[in-house]
Design a protein around this ligand. Structure first.
Ligand code: NAP
Length: 221
């Protein structure tokens, strides 16, 4: 699985406010770049925290990009993928609309009734892991559904786990020229955090570009 993490953060590294409300951190040029990344990917992934906070649809907004995907024999939109150990995704969430396929990755801790509800709502449920979604295992199962590339949009809990499991290939971050603050506000990588220098993922800076009123940083991992 090729995994590209893409996010927008404030200068102080926050993905949103302490109230976990979605905020526009970057501008139109960055939104368009993100739309192109979605259009390139087989799947667009978030954690259930983002589904509950933002209720995103994760679809490609530009009609020409959707048309181009169809010309290439692909579905107009990439699949949506959510990491959701206990199947907490609401059955009326936008990611379960009819615009694209949706894979809900759950663990063995998910209640069968919740799984049934998600499947009735059109989702495909994939079980991997005991109490929490086992990401490497889940990605192998996604590959069996012809998903070979994922663009991950967040949030900070999921992104940390992906780095911890050494699953990230590429990282792009748009640093918007604003300060959000708040010790409880989500950052690019939350989770437990790494404690020793040897375990910090090594990133290689491949690009620095001014975009809107911020800066786009690109890394290979
Ligand atoms: P998140 O990363 O979206 O989701 C975290 C949840 O995913 C966990 O609590 C966990 O819940 C589930 N999960 C399942 N398996 C996991 C695994 N192996 N590792 C980690 N998580 C796993 O939530 P978040 O960190 O709270 O971030 C949400 C915030 O980020 C929102 O405020 C949103 O607006 C913001 N956001 C910003 C951007 C941006 O680019 N600025 C992009 C996306 C989101 P269970 O244990 O119940 O499964």
């Amino acid at each position: 699985m090729h995994v590209h993490v893409n996010a927008a953060e404030s200068v102080d590294g926050k993905l949103s406010t302490r109230e976990r409300e979605q905020v526009a951190i970057s501008g139109p040029e960055d939104f368009d770049r993100m739309d192109a990344l979605r259009a390139d990917a087989d799947g667009v992934m978030v954690g259930v925290g983002t589904v509950l906070a933002d209720d995103p649809s994760l679809t490609v907004k530009d009609a020409e990009r959707r048309d181009q995907r169809e010309i290439e024999g692909r579905s107009p939109n990439p699949a949506r993928v959510v990491a959701d150990s206990r199947a907490r995704t609401p059955v009326d969430a936008e990611i379960l609309d009819d615009e694209a396929a949706t894979y809900v990755l759950v663990s063995e801790a998910a209640e069968q009734a919740a799984i049934d509800g998600l499947e009735d709502a059109g989702g495909t449920v994939i079980v991997a892991g005991k109490d929490r979604v086992n990401l490497p295992g889940a990605f192998e199962l996604l590959a069996a559904h012809d998903l070979d590339s994922l663009m991950v949009e967040g949030g900070g809990e999921l992104i940390f786990s992906l780095f911890e499991a050494r699953l990230v290939d590429r990282l792009t971050v748009n640093v918007g020229s604003t300060v959000i603050g708040g010790r409880e506000a989500p950052t690019l990588a939350d989770g437990e955090g790494f404690t020793d220098r040897d375990s910090f993922p090594e990133l290689s800076l491949t690009g620095v570009e001014r975009m809107d009123d911020g800066v786009l940083l690109s890394y290979d991992v």
